[in-house]
Every structure is written in structure tokens, then in C-alpha cells.
Design a protein around this ligand. Structure first.
Ligand SMILES: [Zn+2]
Length: 268
């Protein structure tokens, strides 16, 4: 048994068994972590075939026909966070985990000077073929500073969030904006237990509550300004039609969604 990857305290909360892996809760941080955390070799092997894994799962952003749905979702989130897309114009933006560039493309159309990084060579090649500015890199290899940093579906993949968020904060200009989208360990997650859709070993190593994210961001001088949530945890095809729509709307309207989008500003 390993300690919490953020606060380093021994595991104290509930333990879930998922597909031969174990997730432990840290009562202190209010997060759920894969225990033990996967080793570097296991992760490298997994990400080398990442595109194939995501394609098998029918991941929307990989398909040209559903790429616009990904962008529509991002536009909606930005609007629901109370932000005007005009804020992107002329800003230096870093999209961490940019995959095949769906958000880079949108940020470019919003007028941002956008660049992306990802660990998947296959996905970066695809983004580059569409003329997007990106490279295979990790955050510690990025030089320069940015006005906006995006972590769309990234934080749940990071084994050492303390080191990672320090790097993010260091690269964000004072007054700069950080966007995060990540699964939310909250009411719906707890009701699903080990069946929660976001418990995906090996790749999802840490799942956070809203409170956990806000508290952790503060440790790095990042002040949370607004958050929204969506998703009832009902996967398309499992719960169909009108029922899924009702559950999803209920989750969103009551702010209980199991996907979290938050934005924070770096203190000046
Ligand atoms: Zn902890």
C-alpha cells in the first residue's frame, strides 16, 4: 500500500477494487488514487499504443466527424464558466495533452497564439498534419511562459500532481488563466463505487473532488474563480435516449456532474 501521491499521508479512506487494480481514497485530500501507482514502464507502454486504445473506446475527438462535438462542448464550457471567447485573442496559450489538436484548432480560431504538447507521437503527427503548432514533450521540457494553460482531461493521468502543478504555475504569467477539465470524485462517483466510468486503470491515476482541486491549486498560487460540472455517469449506449438526457440534465442543474471544468487565475 502506498501513501497519498499528494499529501503523502497513509491511505485512510475507502478502497475500491477495479479490474485487478486498486483505488484508495485519501480522506485528507478528498481524492482517489490508484494504489500502487503504475510504474513508468507500464505507463510508457500504455501511451505508446494510446491512439488504438482510445479508438477502441470510440473516443469522440479522434473521429473527424465528431471532432466538432468536442469543440462545441468546449465552447459551451467556456460560456458556462462566464467567460467571453474574446479573452483568447492575442494570448500565448499552451495546451498540455493536446492529443490530435482539437482544442488547438479552436484556440487558433479564437485568435490565440497556441501551441500544444502531448506524449503520444501518433496523435502529435496527426495534429501536425493539420498544420497545428505542437510537439511530443512533457511540461518540464517546455520553455517560455504563457497567458493561458489548458489541462483538458490531463490531471487524472498525472502521477505526481505536486511537481506537475508547480511546473504549470511557473509557466503561467501573473494574472494568467488555467483551465482544467477532469473527472470529478463526488456524489455520483461515490454512488457508482467501483463501477464509476472514470475508474480506468492504468491511465487514470488520480481522481479529485472539487474541494481537493481548489485546495491543491491554491498551494501553487492558483485561485479558483468558477467551476461547472456535467455528466450523470451514464455512458451512451448503456443508458439510452430520454433517460440519459434527463439524468445528464439533472446532474448539470444540481451541480453534481461527474466531469468538472474549472478555471483559476494565477495570483499577481
Ligand atoms: Zn492526500
Amino acid at each position: 500500500m502506498e501513501c497519498c501521491p499528494y499529501c503523502k499521508k497513509p491511505q485512510t479512506g475507502l478502497v475500491l477494487q477495479v479490474k485487478g487494480y486498486q483505488y484508495s481514497e485519501c480522506d485528507n485530500c478528498d481524492l482517489l488514487y490508484q494504489n500502487p501507482q503504475p510504474d513508468v514502464a507500464a505507463l510508457e507502454q500504455f501511451y505508446a499504443g494510446y491512439k488504438a486504445v482510445k479508438s477502441r473506446e470510440g473516443c469522440g475527438y479522434l473521429d473527424e466527424t465528431t471532432l466538432s462535438r468536442f469543440q462545441t462542448e468546449k465552447k459551451l464550457s467556456i460560456s458556462e464558466l462566464g467567460l467571453d471567447p474574446a479573452l483568447f485573442a492575442g494570448k500565448k496559450l499552451l495546451d498540455v495533452g493536446c492529443a490530435n489538436g482539437a482544442f488547438l484548432d479552436l484556440a487558433g480560431r479564437y485568435g490565440a497564439d497556441a501551441m500544444g504538447i502531448d506524449v503520444s507521437a501518433e496523435l502529435i503527427a496527426e495534429a501536425k498534419s493539420r498544420g497545428l503548432n505542437c510537439s511530443v514533450a512533457t511540461i518540464d521540457e517546455v520553455r517560455g511562459s504563457f497567458d493561458i494553460i489548458c489541462l483538458w482531461d490531463v490531471l487524472e493521468h498525472i502521477c505526481n500532481p505536486g511537481d506537475f502543478l508547480q511546473q504549470v504555475s511557473d509557466k503561467l504569467n501573473p494574472g494568467g488563466i488555467l483551465f482544467i477539465q477532469t473527472p470529478r470524485y463526488g456524489r455520483i462517483a461515490r454512488l457508482f463505487g467501483a463501477e464509476w466510468r472514470y475508474l480506468l486503470p492504468v491511465e487514470h491515476v488520480i481522481l479529485y473532488s472539487v474541494e481537493a482541486i481548489m485546495k491543491i491549486l491554491k498551494d501553487f498560487g492558483l485561485v479558483s474563480k468558477e467551476w461547472i460540472s456535467f455528466g450523470s455517469g451514464c455512458t451512451t449506449g448503456v443508458v439510452g435516449g430520454v433517460y440519459k438526457n434527463v439524468f445528464d440534465k439533472l446532474a448539470k442543474e444540481t451541480k453534481n456532474g461527474d466531469t468538472l471544468v474549472i478555471y483559476a487565475v494565477k495570483e499577481r
